[in-house]
Structure formats: C-alpha cells, structure tokens
Design a protein around this ligand. Structure first.
Ligand code: GLU
Length: 289
C-alpha cells in the first residue's frame, strides 16, 4: 500500500501539545508501513504567518525526533497555482465575488428570516454577481447549490480514525444549509482560503492519507466537493482525538502555556511530551536491561 501523509501547520503561533500529537501520530503511521511523511507550511494568511514561527516549527519537530523530506512545501510560494484553480472554478461559473462585510451578513441574517436560516450560513447577497464585477477587496465564494448540481454521483469519504470510523456519505443538505457558499478566495487578491489551498497541495504532493485533528472533520465534506470539482483524488482521512486542557477545552494557538517550546524551556524531554499526549515511550519497545 502506498502511504503518503503530511503534517500541515500554519506558522501563526507556537506548536502546542495537540500539534505534537498530530505530527507524531502521522509520522509513526507512515513509518509503520514504510510510507512517507511530509511537512507543509500553510502560510497563505500573510497577516498572521511569521517566519519566526516557521523556524520554531522546524526546531520543535526535529527535537521531537521527526524527520521529513526537504525542501518543505511553503504555500506562500505557490499562490499562482491556487489562483489558477480559482480561475478554473470561475470559468465553470462556480464562484462569484462578494463584498459583504461580517456586519452586512449579520444584518441580512437577522429578522425576518431569523430561525429559518442557520445563523452562520452566508445568505447569498452577492450570489447574482458576475466575476467581471470583481473589485479589489472582494472575496470569492463558491456557489454551493450550483457546485452540487454539477456533481451527480453521491460523494463520500473514508475515515480510519477512532472517532468517525467508516465511510461517510456527503449530505448535500448539510452542505447547503450549514456550510453554504464558502469563501475560497480571500479579500486580498491572489490569496486563497485554507480549505482550497490544502486540497490542491494534497493532490500536488500525492497525499494518500490525511491524519489531522477531529476538529477538521466537518471541513472534510467541503474539501471532498472541491476535489471533485477540480478532478483531484480524495485521500483517506484519519481524524484523531484532540488533546484538551484540564478544563476539557481543545488547545488553541493562544495556549502558550502548553507550547512545546515552553515545555522544552522547562527541561521536558521528547518522551515527556509523548507521555502527555498519550503516546508510548520511545523506550517501551526496547525495555532497559
Ligand atoms: N493548517 C491547518 C491547521 O493548522 C491544518 C490543515 C490540515 O491538516 O488539513 O489547522
């Protein structure tokens, strides 16, 4: 079996225990089947990505004992290919420019439709617009209803993770009423949303297995739709459990207290980190004499 997986952090803050678990799990799943582990830097959000965080990612992962192929794919160096995909979707009539601000969307969603539309779903104010009306500062949205019309066969994906094990049929109603017209191109011309860039690079890097946190499970149907629209393969997914803080909350970038760098500064060992995220010690397989 071919097994190519990746760890794809965004360099917008320090890696924390949740990242350590994800990276170690992907690395070990690949190693166990003689597969390939790749690292990808998802730095298309230029307002938040920092080279210093990227450097720390390399440093922390190497310290944890991971190795990866170089050069590493940095998404900021491939904006042109994401833009090409966006223009392909535009040529197929599947995206439209949108100038709505968050406050416009909130206003359009309040009464009288309140309770009818899901509060987070874009109400479609700009859906009638042609690409030729795109102005600097406009986002690009997927016309979800039209996209679903294009995709005839029922779509699905397979998850091998412990939480969502099995084959998942993609429900068009959920996509229409909960995901809606997702933003694919961000307001800054030439930048794409993470969902689209990840789909394109997973194909470009030949990723066969996506190992990532269960917090991204709900993003998967949209990504599978994009794979089909762009004629790209659907990898096998493995959404893993999340590492939580003492109060049971998922760790976020701002949880600096659980940053790997912080534990390193406090003289923790890589094996201490493994124990904290529930992975066996590196020495377990070779018990000390
Ligand atoms: N860059 C995303 C993140 O840091 C991960 C994307 C993925 O694994 O598909 O949350």
């Amino acid at each position: 079996m071919t097994f190519v997986t990746r760890f794809a952090p965004s360099p917008t803050g320090p890696l924390h225990l949740g990242h350590a678990y994800s990276a170690l799990l992907a690395h070990e799943m690949a190693r166990d089947v003689n597969g390939t582990f790749l690292l990808r830097i998802e730095d298309t959000d230029t307002s938040r990505a920092r080279v210093a965080w990227e450097e720390q990612i390399y440093d922390d992962l190497a310290w944890l004992g991971l190795t990866w192929r170089t050069p590493v794919l940095r998404q900021s160096e491939h904006l042109e290919r994401y833009n090409r995909a966006l223009m392909q979707l535009a040529a197929d009539g599947l995206v439209y420019p949108c100038s709505c601000r968050r406050s416009d969307i909130r206003a359009a969603l309040s009464a009288p439709q309140e309770g009818v539309i899901e509060p987070s779903v874009y109400p479609g104010t700009c859906r009638h617009r042609q690409m030729s009306s795109r102005k600097p500062g406009d986002a690009l949205r997927l016309n979800m209803a039209r996209a679903l019309e294009r995709l005839e066969a029922p779509l699905s994906f397979v998850d091998t993770g412990p939480i969502h094990t099995g084959t998942h049929a993609i429900d068009p109603d959920t996509l229409l009423h909960q995901t809606g017209d997702a933003v694919l191109g961000r307001k800054e011309i030439e930048t794409v949303s993470y969902v689209l860039a990840a789909v394109i690079d997973d194909a470009a890097q030949g990723i066969t297995h996506i190992v990532r946190g269960a917090d991204l499970f709900d993003t998967t149907p949209l990504q599978v739709v994009l794979q089909h629209l762009l004629d790209l393969p659907t990898p096998i997914y493995h959404h893993h459990r999340l590492i939580r803080d003492d109060a049971g909350k998922r760790l976020a970038k701002r949880d600096d207290a659980r940053a790997i760098a912080k534990y390193r500064a406090d003289c923790a060992t890589p094996d201490d980190i493994r124990a904290m995220v529930g992975l066996p010690s590196l020495f377990e397989k070779n018990p000390r004499e």
